[in-house]
Design a protein around this ligand. Structure first.
Ligand code: GLP
Length: 243
């Protein structure tokens, strides 16, 4: 863990998304050319709605920013509603008059390895890495066992993650794998934010923040970062003892 430990902000559910969006807006005002890695999933959806609203209200802009996608399924057809690029486009970018540069992951390329290497280069030098928390502690698609020095790469997914693609995100077929920005790039970002909401994440959040710092719970590896902020709602934070 860093000397001071992570900054853990616990916000009531009703104001949680607005609080995260307000901090994002502040970063964009400070640095309009923000290079930010963004996740998809249910957790950030309301944050993106609130951020788009802030942009429309003139409180910030993403026009000069670069958004690097955190992860992507392999084996889902372009346009599949569960695709991470489709979700981020639909939940945020399509709502902006002047969208940011958007770096998707080229999972449809004939040469997947080359596309992954390009994405790894794009994920270098991030100002901010925003990530969600998987039910098994995964970050992006860095599943349990991932190395803290791991590169952006193609990964095999755990059954629970594959099931989530269809059951939770409405994928039209089961993905065959994933591509994720690796911990090497995430931990090299200037700042890391972990977004966590809901009672179902309470046990895994506790493990991530108060359990051993171990690859068995990949999220615990984020504690190595000197500027980690955890944005949790009250339900997700319910099992934390150290706050
Ligand atoms: C998914 C994604 C992650 C996401 C996590 C949590 O599988 N690969 O990037 O952060 O699981 O998703 P949710 O926010 O829907 O709980």
């Amino acid at each position: 863990m860093s000397a001071n430990g992570p900054r853990v902000l616990v916000v009531p559910q009703v104001g949680w998304a607005a609080a995260v969006a307000a901090e994002l807006a502040a970063r964009l005002v400070e640095r309009p050319s923000l290079r930010v890695c963004l996740p998809t999933g249910g957790t950030p959806t309301p944050v993106y709605a609130a951020l788009a609203k802030a942009v429309r209200a003139g409180r910030c802009s993403l026009a000069a920013a670069t958004v690097v996608l955190l992860d992507e399924w392999v084996g889902l057809a372009p346009g599949d509603p569960a695709r991470c690029d489709v979700r981020l486009q639909g939940e945020l970018l399509d709502h902006l008059e002047t969208p940011p540069a958007f770096v998707r992951i080229g999972v449809d390329a004939a040469d997947l390895a080359a596309a992954v290497a390009r994405h790894d280069a794009a994920a270098a030098g991030l100002d901010l890495a925003v990530v969600g928390l998987g039910m098994n502690g995964h970050i992006g698609f860095n599943e349990p066992g991932s190395s803290p020095s791991g590169a952006t790469r193609v990964v095999a997914l755990q059954p629970v993650t594959i099931t989530a693609a269809t059951a939770q995100y409405g994928a039209r077929s089961a993905p065959s794998g994933g591509v994720t920005v690796g911990f090497a790039r995430l931990l090299a970002a200037q700042e890391v934010w972990l977004l966590v909401t809901g009672e179902r994440k309470a046990a895994v959040l506790r493990q991530a923040l108060e359990g051993p710092e171990d690859a068995a719970c990949p999220a615990s590896l984020l504690r190595r970062h000197p500027r980690l902020t955890v944005f949790a709602d009250e339900a997700a934070a319910a099992q934390l003892r150290g706050i």
